[in-house]
Design a protein around this ligand. Structure first.
Ligand SMILES: *[C@@H]1O[C@H](CO)[C@@H](O)[C@H](O)[C@H]1NC(C)=O
Length: 307
């Protein structure tokens, strides 16, 4: 009896996809392929934006750093998910779970901020072209990137601390694919409304504000594009904007639905599927949408690759 209690104290069981035992092999292969493509795609973008002098502009500096973020962000969740699927060892220590949650939340906030920075950069380039080099100077770019990486840290550490100081109610089974807030709150005892409220506040500050900023930037951009004289220029700019907005909408939409829903109407299976969008699907499509559809990157890639 004592021994079980002690186990409950020190580790969680991440159930992952154990409800689909027949599919686990297939899911392993699928996630492995996705993870490799995230590493290769984003790695290529980092290399290209660093070595090609024609890409030494603010936009590509942000895109390169964003790719670096995607690699870190997915490396917090996918490798663990892969070992979970491969070895059927589902236990994760209390500490590892807390570290996973904190890093995931910090980088999630960075993701929101960097997407907002990239939208703002496009806004300045398209709507304020004469001031672009003044506004987006070297120092500002570095400040914006460093700020994106660090500003989520205090709130997210506080968030994790709060969640992990809740008493657990007997079960240590997390019905999820990684340590995320909703499944952890489900295991907590008693009244968690204060925690739920602090999660709302957190998401409002770290996700809603950047999201609104992005929507504002793109609405300004679209307004400017509509005044363009040439129809082809307009449609090209539109297709770029719409693909950015789809990725942004998927990422923020799935995250906001997951974290802003009250605990009472959370379904573990729906949460697993939704979480795939903000942990895996958007990091996979981001590099493609933000850069591979981009002429300059294609040209730089061709220069890099031997004929
Ligand atoms: C991105 O920015 C962070 C924070 O400034 C930095 O630590 C990291 O090395 C940068 N990565 C790349 C690939 O530029």
């Amino acid at each position: 009896m004592n021994k079980t209690n002690l186990t409950i104290m020190v580790e969680f069981i991440l159930l992952g996809f154990s409800n689909l035992p027949k599919l686990e092999g297939l899911l392993f292969v699928l996630f492995l392929v996705i993870y490799m493509s995230i590493l290769i795609g984003n790695g290529l973008i980092i290399v290209i934006t660093k070595i090609d002098p024609s890409l030494h502009t603010p936009m590509y500096y942000f895109i390169g750093n964003f790719s670096f973020l995607e690699i870190c962000y997915t490396s917090v969740t996918i490798p663990r998910l892969l070992t979970n699927l491969w070895s059927q060892r589902r236990n994760i220590s209390f500490l590892a779970c807390a570290v996973q949650l904190t890093s995931f939340l910090i980088m999630g906030a960075t993701e929101c901020f960097l997407l907002a920075v990239m939208a703002y950069d496009r806004y300045v380039a398209i709507c304020r072209p004469l001031y672009y080099h003044v506004i987006m100077n070297h120092k500002t770019c570095i400040k914006l990137v460093v700020g994106s990486w660090i500003s989520g840290i205090p709130l997210q550490i506080g968030q994790t601390y709060q969640i992990f100081s809740l008493p657990l109610c007997g079960s240590n089974k997390l019905n999820h694919i990684f340590c995320d807030i909703p499944p952890l709150l489900k295991l907590a005892c008693g009244d968690t409304s204060v925690n739920e409220f602090s999660v709302y506040a957190d998401v409002l500050i770290l996700a809603m504000i950047p999201f609104l900023l992005i929507l504002w930037s793109y609405s300004q951009i679209i307004g400017t594009i509509l005044k363009l004289p040439s129809a082809t220029g307009r449609s090209k700019a539109f297709s770029t904007c719409s693909s950015h907005l789809i990725v942004v909408g998927l990422f923020f939409g799935s995250a906001i639905i997951t974290y802003m829903r009250p605990k009472s109407i959370h379904s573990a299976e729906a949460d697993k599927v939704l979480s795939l969008f903000y942990t895996i699907v958007t990091p996979m499509f981001n590099p493609i949408i933000y850069s591979l559809r981009n002429k300059d990157i294609i040209v730089a890639l061709k220069k890099l690759l031997p004929k």
